[in-house]
Write a protein that binds this ligand. Structure first.
Ligand code: SAM
Length: 280
C-alpha cells in the first residue's frame, strides 16, 4: 500500500503534468458540465461582503472569481491549488480581491483562524492525506467559520462517468482500480468516509446531502467520442492502447451514449454530495 507522501507526490505530478494540461485544454466543456453544481454549492456557501475565503483546489479560478464578487472589495479570496499550470491560468484572470497560491492543502501555511469560509468545487478528493489537509484547512478558519464543498458520489451513481468507461473497458488495456483510501475523482463517494475525515480533522457539526444534477457532456455524441480518453479514468488506458483498440473503444462509447442525445446535447445523470461543516 502506498503511503500518504507517495500518494501526494503522485497527485502533484499528475496535476502539474497531464492532469493539469488536460483540465485546461477541456476547461470550456468541463465548466459547462459542472457550472450548475458549482452554482448550488456557491449558493450554499453564501459568501458575504467583507468575508475572507479560501477556495481550495481552485483550478483555473472559476469559482474563486464568483466568490471574490460575493465578498466584494472589503473581502478577500485566496485560491489555493497544487497545480502551477492551473494557478497560472487563474492568475491571468486578474481578479482584484483574490490572490492565488501554488501549494498542497495539507501543508500550505494558511494564516490561522482568520478565514470565514473554506470552499471547494470538486477540489478536495485528490489529497494524499485527507485528514491532514482538512485539519490544516480547519485551523485556517475562525471558530465561527464554515466549510462548504461538493464532491462526486460513487461511479455507480454517476452514469455520465460510468457509461463511457464501461462501454470502452472491454476494448482497452486494464484501467487502474483505485483502493478505497486512494485519492481520485470518486474517493469521497462513500459518505461514511467523508464523515470520518471531517470528524478526525476537527470539524464540528456537519451535513452531507445528495445533490443530483444532469451532466452535459457535449453537443453531440460525435463530439463526446472525439474527446473521449483525453481526461479522467480512461486517459491512461487510451495512452497505452493500440489504434485498433481505440477505434473499437470509441465506437462502443458512441453506441452507449447514443440514447442520451437530446436537443440540449448529450446529457446523463450526475450525483454529488453537498457538504457543509462548522469549524468547531
Ligand atoms: C477536479 S479539479 C477542480 C478545479 C476547480 N475547483 C474547478 O471546479 O474548476 C481538482 C483540483 O484540485 C487540485 N488539487 C489536487 N490536489 C491538491 C492538493 N493536495 N492541494 C491543493 N489542490 C489540489 C488540482 O490541481 C485541481 O485543480
Amino acid at each position: 500500500m502506498k503511503g500518504a507522501a507517495e500518494l501526494a507526490a503522485e497527485q502533484a505530478a499528475f496535476w502539474n503534468g497531464p492532469g493539469g494540461q488536460g483540465w485546461l485544454a477541456s476547461y470550456a466543456r468541463i465548466e459547462r458540465s459542472i457550472a450548475d453544481v458549482g452554482k448550488t454549492a456557491l449558493a450554499a456557501a453564501a459568501a458575504k461582503s467583507g468575508e475572507r475565503v479560501i477556495d481550495v483546489g481552485c483550478g483555473t479560478g472559476g469559482t474563486t472569481e464568483a466568490l471574490a464578487e460575493a465578498v466584494g472589495p472589503t473581502g478577500h479570496v485566496l485560491g489555493a491549488d497544487i497545480s502551477e499550470t492551473l494557478v497560472g491560468a487563474a492568475r491571468s484572470k486578474r481578479v482584484p480581491n483574490a490572490t492565488f497560491v501554488v501549494g498542497d492543502a495539507a501543508t500550505h501555511p494558511f494564516e490561522a483562524a482568520v478565514h470565514d469560509l473554506v470552499f471547494s468545487r470538486f477540489g478536495v478528493m485528490f489529497f494524499g492525506d485527507p485528514v491532514a489537509a482538512f485539519r490544516n484547512l480547519q485551523q485556517a478558519l475562525k471558530p465561527t467559520g464554515r466549510l462548504v464543498f461538493v464532491c462526486w458520489r460513487t461511479p455507480q451513481e454517476n452514469p455520465w462517468g460510468l457509461v463511457p468507461v464501461r462501454a470502452a473497458a472491454a476494448h482497452l488495456p486494464p484501467m487502474p482500480r483505485p483502493g478505497p483510501e486512494d485519492p481520485g475523482q470518486y474517493s469521497f463517494g462513500d459518505r461514511a468516509r467523508v464523515e470520518r475525515i471531517l470528524k478526525e480533522s476537527g470539524f464540528g457539526t456537519f451535513t452531507i446531502e445528495p445533490l443530483d444534477r444532469p451532466i452535459w457532456m457535449g453537443e453531440s455524441v460525435a463530439e463526446v467520442v472525439a474527446n473521449a480518453g483525453r481526461f479522467g479514468p480512461m486517459a491512461r488506458a487510451f495512452a497505452e492502447a493500440t489504434p485498433e483498440q481505440i477505434e473499437k473503444a470509441k465506437a462502443a462509447i458512441g453506441e452507449a451514449l447514443a440514447p442520451h442525445q437530446s436537443a440540449d446535447g448529450v446529457v446523463l445523470p450526475g450525483a454529488c454530495w453537498l457538504v457543509r461543516a462548522s469549524a468547531g
